[in-house]
Ligand binder design. Structure first.
Ligand SMILES: Nc1ncc2ncn(CCCCCNC(=O)c3cc(-c4ccc(F)cc4)cc(O)c3O)c2n1
Ligand SMILES: [Mg+2]
Length: 214
């Protein structure tokens, strides 16, 4: 049977990227998505904004919601200090299998724990299952109608602390209007918008950075 797009993306990484070199993995995926097949990675333009926010926060504990093929996982993990940990949740087993291979090709498997399952099932188990107190940085890139309920769930589970930074992808396209209204109007968040473009296109999209005030 015909291969899947994530399988073809992984093949492009294994063909063009150097094992253990995260930047070459990022470049190989961006080249594949620009010149072969579009895929819903955050991409290079929004990816640079992600890089700058991660570098500013310099987090020890990171949660990523929605792994897909591991592109943003690699972007984040390559910037983490020694000993820092990234937990990434992926619902789709086929995507998770590809992402595991992409993360290994980048040589970042020691910093990353990929968990298969739904965010709503795993967020309540972060403390007892992973020994996590609170997260320093959360990247939201999963089902757009789960951004808001999962943010409230993280609050209720005590996973956010004064200063935790949430960064949300796709706040314009596909869009997360309920989440945006919440973080922009809540007295518990200081929020700002980074205008950009939908990955590999000219369409508008952007990232919303929201600092939890406790
Ligand atoms: N609850 C839970 N827990 C854990 C999980 N793991 C995965 N999922 C499900 C996530 C399914 C993929 C989410 N991402 C997107 O849908 C997405 C779409 C576009 C896009 C598409 C077509 C267009 F024409 C324009 C824009 C662009 C993006 O950058 C996107 O990120 C989970 N859910
Ligand atoms: Mg996205």
């Amino acid at each position: 049977t015909r291969s899947t797009r994530p399988q073809r993306l992984l093949k492009a990484v294994q063909k063009h990227a150097t094992r253990g070199d995260p930047q070459s993995v990022i470049s190989a995926i961006d080249h594949f998505c620009r010149h072969s097949e579009w895929a819903m990675n955050i991409g290079d333009e929004k990816g640079s904004i992600l890089d700058s926010v991660v570098s500013e926060v310099n987090p020890e504990k990171v949660l990523e919601l929605g792994t897909y093929c591991g592109y943003s996982t690699v972007r984040i993990a390559r910037l983490l200090p020694p000993g820092a940990r990234l937990i990434t949740l992926e619902f789709n087993a086929d995507y998770a299998a590809i992402a595991r291979q992409v993360i290994i090709w980048a040589g970042l498997e020691d910093k990353v724990q990929l968990v298969e399952g739904a965010s709503e099932d795993w967020i309540p188990r972060m403390k007892e299952h992973f020994g996590i107190e609170t997260f320093d940085f959360v990247f939201l890139d999963h089902w757009k109608d789960r951004y808001l309920p999962d943010t409230k769930l993280m609050e209720d589970c005590g996973l956010l602390r004064k200063g935790t930074v949430l960064l949300a992808d796709n706040v314009i396209c596909p869009g997360v209007p309920d989440y945006l209204a919440y973080v922009r109007n809540s007295l518990s968040y200081k929020s700002c918008y980074f205008k950009s473009h939908l990955e590999y296109t000219k369409a508008e999209d952007g990232l919303e950075k929201s600092v939890f005030l406790g």
